[in-house]
Structure formats: C-alpha cells, structure tokens
Design a protein around this ligand. Structure first.
Ligand code: G1P
Length: 286
C-alpha cells in the first residue's frame, strides 16, 4: 500500500503572472476548486495518509487551505449554509497529515523530491505534479497502483505526444509491453525531437521506490542548473526494473494557459449545475 505522497509546489508560476503575484499558481481555481485539491483528492483516493508538500515560504495560502478552519463553518451555520461546511473542511482531509517542507532554492524536480526524504522510510511513495490534472473514472494514480501491486516496482504515468512537443517532457525508450504496462529500457529528460527514443512522454504521476533518494543524491546538475528526477530514474534503472503505465482518461496540462482554460471549460461542462448555461454561452460565442 502506498501511504505517502509528495507534491512539489514550490514553483513561481511565472506563466500566470500577474495572477500568481499574490496567489500560488496551485491555488488558482478550476471552476470552484483549487488546482492543487484535485491532486490531493487523487492521492487520498488511493489510501494516502501523509501528504508532503514541497513548498516555498510565500505560499502560506496552501497551508491555510488544507488546515481545518474553525471559524468559517460557524459563520456558515449561522447564516443557514451548513451544507457548505463540508466544502470548507472536507471529511477526507481530517484523515490525512499534511506536511510542509520549504525548498529554499529552485534546483529542479529531483531536488524538490529529495526534500521529502525524511518523511519516507523504506517504502514506495507517490509523486504528483499538480499542474497535470487527470480526469478519468479510475484515477491515474490508481491505474499506476495496479501495476505496482503486480510488480512491486516503480511505475510512471506516460502518454503519447506529438513530435513537436516531445522536448517538453521526459521520454521513455519502451521495452516489453503487457497491456497498459511498458517495461522502461531508458529514459531521457526533454530530448530534441531527432534524439527522442520514442513519442511516449512522462506525465506528472509517479510511484517511486525509496532507493530513488540515493540516486537523486548522486545525480549531477544538468545544463540548466537543475537536478532532474528523470536522470535519477535513469540511474535507478541500472538496479531495478521500472514500468511505465499508459493511463486511460483525460489529461490537462494546467501549467500552460491553454491547458488551464481547456480544463476549466471541460470541468465546467461536467458540472451539472452550470453545464447547460455553459453550452449556451459557448454556442453564443462560436
Ligand atoms: C517535469 C518532468 C518531466 C515530465 C513533466 C510532466 O517537467 O521533469 O520529465 O515529463 O514534468 O509534466 P516540467 O513540466 O516540470 O518541466
């Protein structure tokens, strides 16, 4: 069972300035819920009990959001809105411990994940990159768990991407394929399209074995001055089998404006209370 999840949320969110001047990018709402909460709910959905946010000092809004609020529920009850109390303090949050680790410097995803080491014992753990929002009947993480249960190995979510986008992702060299599980032969971070080992790109969900920490520590900074988790995974491949999982469902890259707006429209259309109005608005505009 995976009981711990690491969520790196220390980034500056520069692509969303000025919105991210006062609000962490991860707290921007998709319809009525902060982007980060979707990932947190996905982690809790597979039985995670400890959530470790790798964050930065200015992002106190994240802590505030996941803490129990004593005052607002009282005011909601007083004004006859007790049905909203669950939205403020969801029951699922009360069963989880939230930890906040400050990443002082932006030294890459591998470095961010390394900050969680003291919370992880000799166990596999999940990593969720909240910018990637997955919507599916069975969550992306629980699809990874199925393969992890069968193999006891690290498992990474992947999907096919267009050649012109390949330079934005970690890319795997696939080995044996068995259903939706692919044995990884090699992995490279953000290759040029001509050098990419395939068109199968890593997306933001990982189940990693705790031995990854030693490999992060021995990973050098890349040419951009960052320690990449992809390079540490590549090194771990020398010792352990690692699988990729093609997931079933929709993915939105909410790290880009295009993906963020796409997710907003798509989730609004899944919200019964506004769906019809939104359809009419879109028809009107188009
Ligand atoms: C990170 C990883 C990359 C992965 C991507 C998925 O890149 O380094 O391997 O494909 O997330 O979203 P970033 O988007 O942080 O540049």
């Amino acid at each position: 069972m995976i009981k711990k999840a690491v969520l790196p949320v220390a980034g500056l969110g520069t692509r969303f300035l000025p919105a991210t001047k006062g609000i962490p990018k991860e707290m921007l709402p998709i319809v009525d819920k902060p982007l980060l909460q979707y990932a947190v709910e996905e982690a809790i959905g597979i039985g995670v009990e400890e959530i470790i946010f790798i964050t930065s000092p200015e992002k106190y809004a994240i802590k505030r959001h996941f803490e129990t609020d004593e005052d607002l529920p009282k005011r909601l009850v007083k004004s006859g809105k007790s049905d909203l109390v669950q939205k403020v303090n969801p029951e699922i949050f009360s069963k989880v411990n939230f930890h906040y680790v400050i990443q002082d410097e932006q030294k890459g995803l591998g470095h961010a994940i390394l900050q969680a080491e003291k919370y992880i014992e000799d166990e596999s753990f999940a990593v969720l990159l909240p910018d990637d929002l997955f919507i599916s009947n069975k969550s992306c993480l629980s699809q990874l768990i199925d393969i992890h249960k069968d193999t006891s190995s690290s498992v990474i979510a992947v999907n096919k991407v267009d050649k012109e986008d390949i330079h934005r992702y970690g890319v795997i060299k696939p080995g044996k394929i068995n259903g939706n599980s692919i044995e990884i032969e090699d992995i490279v971070e953000k290759p040029n399209p001509e050098e990419a080992p395939s068109d199968i790109a890593v997306c933001g969900r990982y189940i990693l074995s705790s031995s990854i920490f030693e490999h992060i520590k021995s990973t050098n900074f890349d040419k951009t001055g960052e320690i990449q988790i992809t390079d540490a995974i590549r090194s771990l491949l020398n010792e352990e089998k690692i699988y990729a999982a093609t997931y079933d469902g929709d993915k939105f890259d909410c790290g880009s404006k295009k993906g963020f707006v796409h997710a907003t429209i798509s989730l609004a259309l899944r919200d019964k209370s506004i769906k019809e109005d939104i359809v009419n608005i879109i028809k009107d505009i188009v």
